[in-house]
Design a protein around this ligand. Structure first.
Ligand code: HEM
Ligand SMILES: CC(C)=CCC/C(C)=C/CC/C(C)=C/COP(=O)(O)OP(=O)(O)O
Length: 306
């Protein structure tokens, strides 16, 4: 390999390390839920500056929160199979580089929201960043098995942030979208934790299956999934969404419930991880259904006027 080729290989490796530091797939879904919040806040098109700068600011600050989470968790991450390849664990990045990067993208995100969006969105996003990186990662994660229920509030904030980016105010409908993700978080995480309980026990993180056992956690997953079924129908009953959304929510949440029931009474090895995988598809499709449902009447009206 000549020196130019090896320099470019190093650069692309380095970029990939910073990319992985941001938990990109989680941030992508977070940003998507924020964008759906923006679109649902207005009857027609989102103003382009709120869309571009709101998305960018929320995305950068979420990525910053994820990087800080990895800086704090480096010890635990180095001892779990699932997290062993993270860039701070492998030594591809050090704490100083990660701290500078996290601060830079966090500050940039905050500045973008303050200057181009609005102060309410900027401060609420900062609050979510501190909630996840500070309160959840530094304290709650090691303090109580209810860690993710409380910490989940930060991850559920993005639809509200998207909504305020466009309207500069919080509404009941924005709170309903928040509630969907808030109630979704425990089944999302505990389904994975059931299959990874041994790893969490080994690093002394008091996740629910470690402190209260697998059976209790499965019951909690089922209870939250039943509540989530009901909560996922709220956008229809509040008048935010129509029948297309209602039908999608019934099918998607119904399938989630089938998983929860199987996990409780007919589990087989690996079902927890399968349910965890479905939880991600579920949230993606549910928010896609909100979006499509919102624009179908508009498209239909447009077609009629031709
Ligand atoms: C406190 C709240 C949450 C906890 C404890 C949690 C926990 C986790 C864990 C442990 C993983 C890692 C799976 C792995 O490494 O294979 C994961 C993956 C994931 N989570 Fe969450 N999560 C939370 C909130 C959220 C939120 C709010 C979203 C998006 C709206 C989200 C979206 C995702 C996605 C897309 C993945 C897959 C990432 C990948 O494939 O790399 N999570 N979650
Ligand atoms: C500004 C804003 C909207 C912030 C968003 C917060 C954010 C990035 C939430 C992600 C939630 C998440 C991946 C939790 C898992 O952390 P973990 O440490 O329990 O999981 P791990 O073991 O995989 O690191």
């Amino acid at each position: 390999m000549d020196s130019a080729t090896s320099a470019s290989a190093t650069l692309s490796q380095r970029l990939n390390d910073y990319y992985e530091l941001c938990k990109p797939r989680v941030v992508l879904l977070i940003v998507f839920t924020a964008m759906v919040g923006m679109f649902l806040a207005v009857p027609t098109m989102v103003p382009i500056s709120a869309l571009v700068f709101g998305t960018l600011g929320i995305g950068l600050m979420s990525a910053s929160a994820a990087a800080v989470n990895q800086m704090i968790d480096v010890q635990a991450d180095s001892r779990m199979q699932r997290t062993r390849k993270r860039p701070l664990v492998t030594g591809h990045l050090d704490t100083r580089q990660s701290a500078i990067f996290a601060f830079a993208i966090g500050a940039l995100g905050m500045a973008i929201l303050l200057v181009f969006v609005n102060a309410l969105t900027a401060w609420l996003t900062l609050f979510a960043l501190i909630g996840y990186a500070g309160i959840y990662t530094m304290y709650l994660k090691r303090a109580t098995p209810q860690n993710i229920v409380i910490g989940g509030a930060a991850g559920a904030a993005p639809p509200i942030l998207g909504w305020t980016a466009v309207t500069n105010e919080v509404s009941i409908d924005a709170l309903i979208l928040f509630l969907i993700i808030f109630i979704w978080t425990p089944p999302h995480f505990w389904a994975l934790a059931i299959d990874r309980a041994k790893e969490y026990a080994e690093v002394d993180i008091p996740m629910l299956p470690v402190t209260h056992g697998i059976e209790h956690t499965k019951t909690q997953v089922l209870i939250y999934t039943v509540i989530m079924f009901g909560v996922s129908l709220l956008p229809y009953f509040s008048g935010l969404s129509g029948l297309l959304y209602l039908a999608s929510a019934v099918v998607l949440s119904g399938w989630f419930l089938v998983y929860a029931v199987r996990l409780k009474w007919w589990a087989r090895p690996g079902l927890g991880m399968k349910m965890f995988g479905y939880s991600i598809v579920y949230l993606m499709l549910l928010f896609t259904a909100l979006l499509v449902d919102h624009y179908v009447p508009l498209i239909a009206t447009g077609l009629q006027s031709f």
